[in-house]
Design a protein around this ligand. Structure first.
Ligand code: CA
Length: 448
């Protein structure tokens, strides 16, 4: 009897310690939209449709005025987000075709989910993967306990089996799709949140909206009937459905008393696609120049917000440039995971910046590389960029639209930035993961 009582006491004490432990570690929710234009959220001035739930993250948290993706297309951007390393460090640059079997996030890389699992986090990925289709590249081989969604770069929003992009997967099995895909992804996210009572969690909600194909529920198309341009109307309907879905996830956190114990990031994986070959969807990036597929600001500067109610300021605009690579080290910092030099992370812990303890990060430059004739480097308010035959040095603080090339008046500075970029790129291996369309003998098709 004594022994039994003692073991109950020990068990209770252990449970109390576990609960306290869990309470000190915030949950982390990372919401990624796909091909959402810079101008297509209310807080960035969108006027023809509303995004109150996405806006609520900016209003209840921080809005990054210069928040960047690491690539102007989907898959490399996701490789950067999940690894916390410039995807160029492992030669990852393009998008694959469905069924490109050798292609994906190299197994030498560890994901944010791998890292957080070491701190006792329960992890889930719902939505678009786009980082490999082989069993060893499946999300559940890359640190995620659960997966629902699809492995390729795009998917039909109504059919479980997309003839071009394969089946909806539930875990490693073929899954069902009984509603609009955006809603189904959110529903999985809400259920996952509901299930976590005693364990901190990391939820990666990788919505494929508003990426092509242009498909929206009828009632949302009606809501967008003020928009006469057909493509823009469907796009608006898709973004409003996405916004409502994010609202459901936020409500679930709130209803479960988790809002003040959850750090939320929201971003788009790349800028809005406007040009031929980028799978244009009716998005807008103004006042930014350019499109998905380009290293102008319109391809890489994205809607990017962070919210942690009760811990971070509300409604603050952060002007310091940040990049998706910073999400992993920030998540590790709040989860109590010590990052190690041998991980060779390129991102930084943003917490001192987010908490207002500093205005600047210990970093002078951000770099981008895309194809053989595009590069960019940002240093403070300046950006040196080359997009095919067009290039220039721009003062983004005064010229966010990259209109006035200042190279002639600051030639030595431009050369210095190029030298820094060359030095950064010298450490990158040859690009091995190019877009499938770049391989000879394959048709290009829409870039995903
Ligand atoms: Ca994308």
């Amino acid at each position: 009897m004594k022994n039994i009582s003692l073991s109950i006491l020990v068990a209770l004490a252990f449970a109390a310690v576990s609960a306290a432990h869990a309470a000190t570690k915030p949950n982390i929710v990372l919401i990624v939209a796909d091909d959402l234009g810079y101008a297509d959220v209310g807080v960035h001035g969108c006027k023809d449709f509303a995004t109150p739930n996405i806006d609520s993250l900016a209003k209840g948290g921080l809005q990054f005025a210069s928040g960047y993706a690491t690539s102007a297309v989907c898959a490399p951007s996701r490789a950067g987000i999940l690894s916390g390393r410039y995807q160029d460090r492992f030669g990852f640059q393009g998008n694959p075709k469905h069924g490109a079997s050798d292609w994906g996030l190299p197994t030498s890389e560890r994901t944010i989910a791998d890292r957080l699992k070491t701190a006792g986090y329960k992890t889930a990925a719902f939505g678009k993967w786009h980082l490999g289709e082989k069993p060893e590249l499946h999300p559940m081989s890359r640190g995620f306990d659960e997966f629902f969604g699809f492995l390729g770069g795009m998917h039909d929003y109504f059919k479980a089996n997309d003839p071009g992009w394969g089946a909806i997967m539930d875990g490693r099995q073929t899954g069902e799709l009984n509603e609009y895909l955006t809603f189904a992804i959110a529903k999985k996210g809400c259920a996952f949140i509901e299930q976590q009572k005693s364990q901190p969690f990391f939820l990666y909600l990788a919505f494929n909206a508003p990426h092509q194909p242009a498909q929206a529920p009828e009632d949302y198309l009606k809501k967008a009937s003020n928009i006469t341009d057909k493509r823009r109307q469907t796009y608006a309907a898709m973004v409003m459905a996405l916004d409502d879905s994010i609202g459901r996830v936020l409500k679930t956190l709130r209803d479960n008393g988790l809002e003040e114990n959850t750090l939320i990031f929201f971003m788009s994986d790349n800028g809005g696609p406007l040009i031929k070959g980028s799978a244009p969807n009716g998005s807008r990036n103004d006042p930014l120049r350019g499109s998905k597929l380009q290293l102008w600001e319109g391809g890489i500067r994205v809607p990017f917000f962070a919210q942690w109610k009760g811990h971070l300021p509300a409604g603050k605009i952060v002007s310091e440039p940040i990049i998706s690579l910073d999400i992993l080290p920030t998540a590790c910092a709040v989860a109590g995971v010590e990052t190690k030099p041998e991980w060779k992370l390129d991102g930084l812990n943003l917490m001192p910046l987010l908490e207002g303890k500093t205005e600047h990060l210990a970093r002078t430059e951000l770099f981008w590389k895309f194809g053989s004739d595009q590069f960019a480097v940002r240093n403070g308010g300046w950006k040196l960029v080359k997009v095919h035959a067009d290039k220039g040095l721009f003062d983004l603080d005064k010229d966010i639209s990259e209109k006035v090339d200042r190279t002639a008046e600051r030639a030595p500075f431009a050369q210095e930035l190029k030298a820094h970029w060359d030095g950064w790129d010298a450490k990158n291996p040859a690009v091995t993961l190019k877009a499938a369309a770049e391989k000879p003998g394959q048709s290009a098709g829409p870039e995903q």
